[in-house]
Design a protein around this ligand. Structure first.
Ligand code: PEP
Length: 247
């Protein structure tokens, strides 16, 4: 089976206003012929304008979260259908900032994945261990458990990716060593093949957590790394393009 096409996605989190659309335009202008698919996931309020700003470019727009229901009395929430209607093609689900800050369990994440599929959004499902779990030697168990619990059977035959994001590496400047990343990615691959058969080999496994232009080449060329989910360094076009070009 051929290796999956890599995906490099920027997660802007709660950063950016309409002025930031220029940064997205600069990313689209500089992305060139890189072998990866490239996406930016801005705050939901920018989805529509960013989709318009990037129309005709290679850069896709994604959401950062979506509700598990399609519509209803959920004040302040955004549905997958709304993101798709605003031009999003992908959506990040189960980010550790949602799992921790909003108590999202694997079951909730799996429900959100199903909602994304109903809206024809491509899910990027995040998993990752805390520092305590790593120190206790539980990283592989935690991460493969999250993969099994957060990926519903409905994903069979669909396009999606998994992002391994060690919680302790997000926004901290810390990264696991390359052998540590490879060990977890191989374990995730094993869990994907167990769950989805040979099709599990075609799922890109992204790495996320303090990816920068300076460490991107080593990380992106590691075994079983199929791209990156980038937080802070995706906010500046030069930094994000430095990562994209490292592939
Ligand atoms: C993230 O939040 O998904 C992330 C990887 O953040 P950072 O790159 O800033 O560590």
């Amino acid at each position: 089976m051929t290796a999956p096409q890599p995906l490099i996605a920027g997660n802007w989190k709660m950063n950016g206003t309409s002025a930031s659309l220029d940064e997205a335009r600069a990313i689209a202008a500089g992305v060139g012929e890189c072998p990866a698919r490239v996406a930016i996931c801005p705050p939901a309020i920018l989805t529509h304008r960013m989709s318009q700003a990037l129309a005709g470019s290679r850069v896709l727009v994604g959401g950062q979260d979506a509700h598990w229901d399609d519509a209803g009395a959920f004040t302040g929430d955004i549905s997958a259908e709304m993101l798709a209607d605003a031009g999003a093609k992908l959506v990040i689900l189960g980010h550790s900032e949602r799992r921790t800050g909003y108590r999202e369990t694997d079951d909730i994440v799996a429900s959100k994945v199903k909602a994304a599929l109903r809206a024809r959004l491509e899910p990027i499902v995040c998993v990752g261990e805390t520092l305590e779990e790593r120190k206790a030697g539980r990283a592989l168990d935690v991460v493969t458990g999250q993969v099994r619990g957060s990926l519903p059977a409905e994903l069979s035959g669909q396009t999606f990716s998994v992002a391994y994001e060690p919680v302790w590496a997000i926004g901290t400047g810390l990264t696991p060593t390359t052998p540590e990343i490879e060990e977890v990615h191989r374990a995730i691959r094993g869990a994907l093949v167990e769950q989805f058969g040979e099709a599990g080999r075609a799922v890109p496994i992204l790495y996320g957590g303090s990816v920068k232009p300076g460490n991107a080449a080593e990380i992106l060329h590691a075994d079983e790394v199929g791209g990156a989910l980038v937080g802070g360094a995706s906010l500046k076009a030069d930094d994000f393009l430095g990562i994209v070009r490292a592939l």
